[in-house]
Design a protein around this ligand. Structure first.
Ligand code: HAM
Length: 481
């Protein structure tokens, strides 16, 4: 019921001063605002492009759950990983592709699969202001396939080998190693069906971790082609039907919607049931079987260790034939969080409207790799320290040092400064913390005599040198020509 409006009254004899400040409106809790916004959308679906107004909280904004900042102290891990990725790409001849973060939702429905957890439960999807259904990318293989078609890469020499690095978005339940925004790098080779390429994806992934000093466990399987899976799925469903009452709720649903995924359920009781399930390798057609045998032979030759895992099926619908995952050795046989995964996807490009084009690839999670590096206490090189610091005393010296700083930089010398600081002790403390080899000190006296002090930070010895010869002297001491 609307409240009756109160009449405005001015008490008799009171002096009218300024208008009293309007009382601030009582703020609705955010949940109510959301609920109201939802109701309105339901009522006016057709005008959903209208701007909605939300009351902005005055609390300090916090990170969203499952999202994180990567602070400077963490960057050494990221630098190391990026460096390794670039080297791998150079050595195995992959060209970099940068893809947008937002795509038509249908791209992922058609590729990753409507019934997969990623599409059914984890996508950040919304209608944009123009009414298009778009999603933040949950993975990039589908995008690479789209780009292959869009840019006519079919006309390039095959296979086309591309790699990417960047953030992916999945509305997963956040926990250690599982985020809603996380970073992957991936390698994809399109336009060639040779099994050596499947093996090469495993080899380069294995080498990436080995070169970082991490021990990993490669799990590999073949899930065949649509033909071999047809009969296998019937056998699988028949087996699982006999166990239906013991299955978790998700698996009961998988039984009708996505039977292959019954095999990689992480629930203890379902794992036990999967032990006796029929194995896909026994149902592979000759072509798929031969392909798989060749992949394994190509892995045996360079002695890449792997485990044949008949229950490995992967959580994305586009795979055919070879599938593999990289598990951290520390997590043993039932790894919940693979650090990488990939496989062959021979039908994807055709499914998206391109010509039939076989392809294979892998993606590795960067955050999960960093967790492994930390867990294994692997030393990661610190950012390159500067060689020299400029310290200055007084305004005139500060001005002159600004120019000296730029001149040193131009000469390729790694130089640091602390121009906002005064006082020599303070500045020498900073020099020590940074671990520089020398500090150049310019004070009033040196300024008037056109000299500068060069302090060797290790021995603490200080020399006066001609200001105009400072750069030459520093270069000499640092062994720079
Ligand atoms: P995926 O197995 O879904 O495969 O993801 C690959 C890797 O991304 C995982 O092994 C994991 O390291 C990381 N990852 C996935 N979800 C999360 C998360 N919520 N938080 C942190 N890290 C996560 C793919 O995405 C396929 N596109 C791989 C591929 C490339 N297949 C063929 N080519």
């Amino acid at each position: 019921m609307p409240r009756p409006k109160k009449k405005k009254t001015t008490p008799k004899g009171s002096i009218k001063t300024k208008k009293p400040a309007k009382p601030t409106k009582k703020r609705k809790p955010v949940s109510k605002v959301k609920a109201t916004a939802k109701k309105k959308t339901a009522k006016k679906k057709k005008t959903s492009a209208k701007v909605k107004t939300f009351i902005v909280s005055k609390k300090t904004p916090q990170l969203l759950r499952g999202f994180k900042d990567i602070l400077p102290t963490e960057q050494k891990y990221w630098d190391l990983i990026r460096e390794k990725i670039n080297l791998l790409a150079r050595d195995y001849s992959f060209g970099r592709i940068d893809l947008p973060y937002l795509e038509e939702t249908s791209l992922f429905i058609r590729s990753v699969g409507k019934e997969t957890d990623i599409v059914a439960k984890e996508m950040f999807s919304f209608e944009d202001r123009g009414g298009d259904n778009v999603s933040l990318r949950p993975e990039a293989t589908a995008q690479v396939a789209r780009a292959y078609i869009n840019h006519g890469m079919l006309n390039l020499p095959q296979p086309v080998k591309l790699f990417y690095i960047g953030p992916m978005f999945r509305y997963d339940r956040p926990q250690s190693g599982r985020y809603r925004q996380f970073n992957q790098f991936g390698f994809e080779a399109m336009g060639d069906l040779h099994p050596v390429l499947d093996a090469q994806m495993v080899i380069l992934s294995y080498n990436f971790f080995k070169e970082l000093g991490l021990d990993v466990n490669i799990q590999i399987n073949s899930i065949g082609c649509a033909e071999c899976r047809k009969e296998y799925k019937i056998q699988l469903v028949n087996y699982y039907k006999t166990q239906k009452t013991h299955l978790c709720d998700d698996c009961k649903e998988r039984l009708t919607k996505n039977p292959l995924r019954l095999l990689d359920c992480k629930e203890e009781k379902c794992i036990a049931i999967s032990e006796d399930a029929p194995q896909i390798v026994d149902w592979l057609c000759d072509e798929c079987k031969n392909h798989f045998v060749k992949v394994l032979e190509f892995l045996d030759e360079p002695e890449i260790p792997y485990n044949l895992n008949p229950r490995l099926v992967r959580g994305l619908d586009y795979y055919t034939k070879t599938v593999f995952e990289i598990w951290p050795v520390s997590e043993g046989k039932k790894a919940q969080n693979a650090i990488g995964g990939g496989g062959r996807y021979d039908n994807l490009i055709e499914m998206l409207g391109g010509r039939p084009t076989p392809a294979v690839g892998v993606a590795i999670g960067i955050e999960r790799t960093i967790l492994q590096l930390k867990e294994a206490e692997i030393e990661v090189p610190e950012k390159e320290a500067p060689d020299i610091l400029i310290a200055q005393l007084g305004e005139a010296a500060k001005r002159k040092c600004l120019v000296l700083y730029e001149n040193l930089r131009e000469e390729g010398i790694k130089v640091a400064e602390c121009f906002s600081k005064d006082g020599l002790k303070n500045q020498l403390d900073i020099a020590n913390k940074l671990g520089v080899k020398f500090t150049l000190i310019l004070g009033q006296k040196e300024l008037s005599e056109e000299t500068i002090l060069l302090r060797d930070m290790e021995g603490g010895v200080q020399e006066t040198i001609n200001y105009n010869k400072a750069i030459k002297e520093v270069k000499k001491r640092l062994g720079i020509n």
